[in-house]
Design a protein around this ligand. Sequence first.
Ligand code: SF4
Length: 385
Amino acid sequence: MTTNKNPGIYVHIPFCVRKCNYCAFLSGASDEALRERYVKALCEEIRIRARLMSDHAHGVFDTIFFGGGTPSLLSSDQIARIISELKANFNIASEAEITLESNPATLSMESLRGYRQSGVNRLSMGVQSMNDEILKRLGRIHTAGDVIRDVQNAREAGFDNINLDLMFAVPDSSLETTLIDIEAVTSLEPEHISFYSLQLEEGTAFFKEFERGELKEVPDEIDRAMYHAGTKLLKEKGYEHYEISNFAKRGYESRHNLKYWNMAPYLGLGLGASSFIDNSRVMNVCSLDEYFNLTGKGLAPSAEVHENSEHDNVAEAVFTGLRKVEGIRYEDVLGSYEKFWEYYSDVFEEACEYEREGKLIIDEEGMRLTSDGIDISNSIMALFV
Ligand code: SF4
């Protein structure tokens, strides 16, 4: 896998039909008028950011990622307007990967054709499960039947790069339902699958149930058994495991998400979006009123700006890079084995202990987690922060 350092663009669309029971993302209800107002403000932010960044050379942006929320609540005309505003203001590669996150039951044949024509060439769908009971438990608005229909329609509309998100360790699920879900999802032959564990987040409906004692978390050992059995099955189905939670047919890794794990720069636009650009981490405001107010005055809607220190850059490169199955190369982080372990001499012994336990592989080129190491990835990554 090449380490592409071209910048990417993330566009946040903070609207959903209704809140899922586990969701802590920045998203809420909307009507057509609010969505249109948001698209106009977003186009304004694009112009503001382009003006502010015009003094710096940022190279060619080769990915655009519409995330949410539910970006497929925007019409294809609105998505097309945002893409053309981006192209008018930034240097966008002609073969850029342009991903749209979507949710089944918010797509129609017409909207899919429209998205494809507007330049979207990768469709990501929040499937989560192919079991209608589990979908209901998660508070999703769709059924397994909607997924099957929408994937077929997406193919017909010309999408040849589709990701399906699948969740495991959901309350009331089992190892068996997890593997049945994988069988059902892989039978749709997506090019990419994200397979990740449910996290109980504060402020969600599930968290409240948990506090009332009405929701039992899936025990850690079962969560891990689901992960390893799921990973094995996905590999048997021809998907390469390239990041802790991500699997792809060869050549279909998410170019955009790889930017996060490779410390490539990205510009985040929209409500609450974060950027890593010009060596700074920037986070946008999270209140819609503030977002409209600032963009309306021609001001950047930034809430926080943190300039990365040299240590931030090293620590983040290790932390995010270890998420990749291929791990990190010293060359990309600090230049060489000697320099890397001189910098981290205080944790060298602990890292070697993880290696002896079979959790980490350390060689002359770099370092990577083993399959067992993934189970305690946070503890290993924390060594380098
Ligand atoms: S569709 Fe996604 S972003 Fe929207 S509420 Fe559900 S989990 Fe959250």
